[in-house]
Design a protein around this ligand. Sequence first.
Ligand SMILES: Nc1ncnc2c1ncn2[C@@H]1O[C@H](COP(=O)(O)OP(=O)(O)OP(=O)(O)O)[C@@H](O)[C@H]1O
Ligand SMILES: [Mg+2]
Length: 303
Amino acid sequence: MARSDLLIDLVEAERRGDKQRFKALVEAIIAEERANQHHLVADRLSELITTVGSSDLLARDAAATRVSDLVLEIVPSRTLASLHLRPVVRSAVEEVIEEHRRCDLLRSHGLEPRNRILLDGPPGNGKTSLAEAIATETMLPFYVVRYEGVVSSFLGETASRLDAVFEFARTRRCVLFFDEFDSIAKERADTNETGEIKRVVSTLLLQIDRLPAHVVVVCSTNHSELLDRAAWRRFQLRLELDSPTRSEATAFLDSMQARLGGDLGLAPDAGRQAQRGELRRARAGRGGHPAPVCARAARWRPG
Ligand SMILES: Nc1ncnc2c1ncn2[C@@H]1O[C@H](COP(=O)(O)OP(=O)(O)OP(=O)(O)O)[C@@H](O)[C@H]1O
Ligand SMILES: [Mg+2]
């Protein structure tokens, strides 16, 4: 049975004639029913709000089959505990996860959990892993947008495929992940770009704005300077995943060694190793001779 607050809001929206709100509430109910494994009800409601007449039914079915090319469902397994994160990033992510776990309490106070997250940082620092961990911890399905399916060379096609992705996501509780977000949300003012990318970015931003709170959208980029400036504003949480410091990297390698239960052959003291490396480089600058030998050679004069 759908949440009573949703039903009351639904009737109110209908009485006000607010079609957009009505649709958003039906989508929330569908997501709720799906989460409760009531797939028949969810599918029937989904059919009712996405179809008007038989021609649209055909269009909807085509979109449903097409969506498998557009998003990849991954069963999330990575946990937040397995990631090494700065305390400020960890606590921000934990807060969002808590908001989703206790969304009923928030809603009873008229609040919605935050659901739009941007992860920024150099390659290999755990953006994709963190997105997956958010799905694991919130116990939501993890959908990764497949650009090879979404981006088309035909005019207008990319924007309509993006619409299909969002249409699919809106009716289920899930984490929707846009990896390499800069490749699709490029700066629209860039004079090298065609009108097509402008249409795509507008669609993307509008759709992100309209996303209900039960869809957590996570976008990751390692070129945040390329993002459209309006894209920034869409995200309630912007997290920077910087490269680890030497001590953080050492802690990570130590924990990995402990987890694997063997010796990885790591140097016991990374600081001392670094000093040795610097010494070697300094020696290489003097033709590879160890410093004391060079000093002695300079003092030595044939007798
Ligand atoms: N903070 C971290 N804690 C634990 N493991 C990490 C962390 N960052 C990266 N890793 C490890 O490095 C691998 C690569 O990380 P990941 O793919 O999440 O990085 P990314 O930021 O998404 O990189 P890219 O920008 O290239 O997509 C992961 O499989 C994970 O094992
Ligand atoms: Mg990645």
